[in-house]
Design a protein around this ligand. Sequence first.
Ligand code: 5U1
Length: 682
Amino acid sequence: MTVPARIQERADALRELLHHHAHQYYVLDAPELPDAEYDKLFCELQALEEQHPELLTPDSPTQRVGGRVLEGFAKVRHRVPMLSIRTETDIEPSGARNFDARVRRELGLKEGDAPVEYVAELKFDGLALSLRYEGGVLVQAATRGDGEVGEEVTQNIRTVGQIPLRLRDAPAVLEVRGEVFMRRDDFERLNELQREKIAKGAKNEKTFVNPRNAAAGAVRQLDPGIARQRPLSFFAYGWGEIVDGPAFETHHEVLMALKAWGFPVAERIAVARGADDLVAYHQAVGRERDALPYDIDGVVYKVNSLALQKRLGFVTREPRWAVAHKYPAQEQLTTVESIDVYVGRTGKLTPVARLQPVFVGGVTVTNATLHNEDEARRKDVRVGDTVIVRRAGDVIPEVVAVVPDKRPPGSQVFTMPRICPVCGSAAVREEGEADYRCTGGLFCSAQRKHAILHFAQRRALDIEGLGEKLVDQMVEAGVIRTLPDLYRLGLANLVALERMGEKSAQNVLAALGKSKRTTLPRFLYGLGIRHVGESTARDLARHFGNLDAIMEASVERLLEVPDVGPIVAESVHAFFQQPHNREVIEQLRVPNGVQWEEGMPAVQAPKPLAGRTVVLTGTLPTLSREEAKEMLEAAGAKVAGSVSKKTDYVVAGAEAGSKLDKARELGVTVLDEEGLRGLLAG
Ligand code: 5U1
């Protein structure tokens, strides 16, 4: 049967592409595609070759695993080939069920027969490695290469602390197979160091795209001194040649022996019976995936019985007794449609890449922040670029890297505008700061909108129904320019807005009315002073007691507030020094405006009982004599032992004696405990 020309051409094109990308990845350590994209092309070619075996050529990338051996490393022929693993990308549960059905069919099992026992493991996103021990000593470490011949990387692997150099009670010869990888925290630290080196002008240094890329770079590093600085980890999951070893019956027994010999074996392994257990494992690990300290791209299922593994055998270089069941990719390719600059509440300018929508990490991503000018420049993201976008867990999507080969001609380096894109005011970057800020303040409609939304939010003035769309409309229509304008709104202003009926308008007015009764911490937080979050607002309110005291406080006085440092103190002081901010506050505090209970300052409280003399007598219901005395003295009163004409108050409790009589005689005001509390509260 002849293969249609269209299919022949597609297979040729796929081979070319895969050769190119394998070379970029394995030989040059400069990947141009996310792994998932490469896998997709690989699977497409594999499927074509399965449908049309005539297409198969000995040099097809599907006939070898990995890339060419680097010239710089010695070649190692594996005594036992390093096998590859078949991949199931089907969304669970069919991936696990397909595998179980295949295994049962190959073993000739019938419907009523017992479930097959499997071991389920994590599929680490690293680099496969073979470690050879002779007489219990590590003599060689090799990469997989093409599965037959790999690269000798013993020097570099010796630097991996997790890999034992000497084993206890091990067989005469033991080849251990596993994955070398980089933990996420190690990867972040490494990239941080790389960034520092680049900032100091180091040539030939680069940051790494992902932990896998960093691990591959470290293993293939020709200079073991540099390899040592790249923190790698290792998990063992299989074996090659074993001479004079114990007789094992199951894969699980081997894993336990590897552990006993001193190799790290991932904790998250499970013995599973039948497809249901595999499905449950895939689901459970899927939920835990983002919390793991390292990247995995799937799970692996293996038939547990070694005798059954033998019976099942291989197809090409893939065992029939194992499968890798992948998860949705956390990285995808897309293109940058534009780079917009977003203006935040504090005037901060943030470049945002608007992306061709792409499904990644379980959601459709359309934007990714580029953080600031330095970050955008470091990644050199340009309009029209093809980029790798990553989203893992709840983390905000990010542009990991640009694919340089796909850059369209004539693209321009991104530069941060020197004027605010919303209001046209100057945008400045202060020394030592990473961000540009619009200097327009509340003149800038973007800042105004954010300021109003911040003021209205639940944790501030809590103005129900005042959402983004409404604020946008009101600011655009010029109905609101400053915060006090909110409280000047009338029904007519609101109903004039698009899609605003009379009932909704009334609801907004009612919510505004309700919001006027608030608390000082909420009001302070709502003002949106830079560096003043909810907790600082509470601290300031508690310390000073009232707004006027805060507004008049010097930086030194502000620094007396617990947890307030120089940056916050400067920011609060600068805010209240601005005449337009004071004006806004004045206008909000008009009669029938925003109001709250003002308290007494905790520090330097005025003494409401200064100059007064009080006498205590009898037993008060809850306060001890000492407590009452302390409270009175804190309020400025003098506590005397006897009643005279000069006594202002006598506080009398149970069994008060002659002092109470004397007070009555002299017409001195007598109070009980409740009266005392009222006096102290002013
Ligand atoms: N955990 C694990 N990962 N992994 C990768 N086991 C495992 N086994 C593999 C591969 C390539 O291959 C064997 C099934 C030969």
